[in-house]
Design a protein around this ligand. Structure first.
Ligand SMILES: [Mg+2]
Length: 269
């Protein structure tokens, strides 16, 4: 049972759920407590849900495969990534432009499938994604395009990515490196807490943002969506955030739960 900041009414009025993956639903290759039970309950209640992840080191298909491998049914493995949201943003605001992408081969593949032209030597726009294949040459090339003043977009703001061995540097840490070298911050940061990542889903479901509940483990991305997108938020303490972090946090959740077992219990009651 959750122990603080309870806003049970928001939970009872929820018409759809957005679920973070890393630190909320799973950690590495293991499910976190209550993960499959929550999906079962949402299905039983006829409440739609979608996994919303800022992690862009893998493609959407990789995440679907991962969820399937964790025992999630095919029809439940619906995923929207910060990579998908970035592709949608580029097609809308930089249509037909060439992009220099710092990202894994699978992110590059999803960009190509999404109709984005990639260029190593003559880009119009630069995009930084979570890149576990990063080399000094590529970050150096990225910085030189940023120094030239090209529009600079980041797929998401996360500083660290949780892993079973502890946090590892994510894009936010790389952006600090780029800023130290070039003096520039990203012009646009897509992904949570950018409301764009939620809009596509409210449109698809025909729901208002306040009818959606975002469940996540991180204050400055998942829970910040409450302020930026107007959704309700549930913080789970199974990932990055410790209960003591809440006292001084700018973004306060509507509900705090230890994990998804705790949340399932709160929805039932
Ligand atoms: Mg997370």
């Amino acid at each position: 049972m959750s122990t603080s900041n309870i806003n049970q009414r928001s939970l009872n009025q929820a018409k759809a759920f957005l679920l973070d993956m890393d630190g909320t639903f799973c950690l590495g290759d293991a499910l976190l407590p209550g993960a499959l039970e929550l999906l079962e309950l949402l299905n039983r209640r006829g409440l739609p849900f979608c996994f919303l992840t800022n992690n862009t080191s893998h493609s959407k298909l990789d995440y679907i495969r991962k969820l399937r491998g964790l025992g999630v049914r095919e029809e439940d493995a619906r995923v929207y990534t910060a990579g998908d949201a970035t592709i949608a943003y580029l097609n809308k605001h930089h249509s037909g432009k060439k992009v220099f992408l710092l990202g894994t081969p699978s992110l590059a593949e999803s960009f190509c499938e999404g109709g984005i032209a990639l260029s190593e030597s003559d880009p119009d726009v630069v995009v930084i994604g979570y890149d576990t294949s990063l080399t000094y040459d590529r970050i150096s090339a990225f910085c030189s395009f940023v120094r030239k003043g090209l529009p600079y977009i980041a797929t998401h703001p996360d500083v660290n990515c949780p892993t079973p061995e502890g946090p590892v540097p994510d894009i936010g840490a790389m952006m600090s490196l780029v800023e130290a070298s070039t003096g520039r911050k990203a012009d646009v940061v897509i992904g949570k807490p950018n409301p764009g990542i939620v809009n596509a889903l409210t449109e698809e479901w025909g729901l208002e943002p306040e009818e959606l509940v975002m469940v996540g483990d991180r204050l400055y991305t998942d829970i910040a969506l409450g302020q930026t997108a107007g959704v309700r938020t549930v913080l789970v303490l199974s990932g990055e955030t410790r209960r003591e972090d809440l006292a001084n946090a700018k973004n306060q959740p509507d509900l705090v739960c230890e994990n998804l077992t705790d949340l399932t219990w709160d929805i039932i009651n």
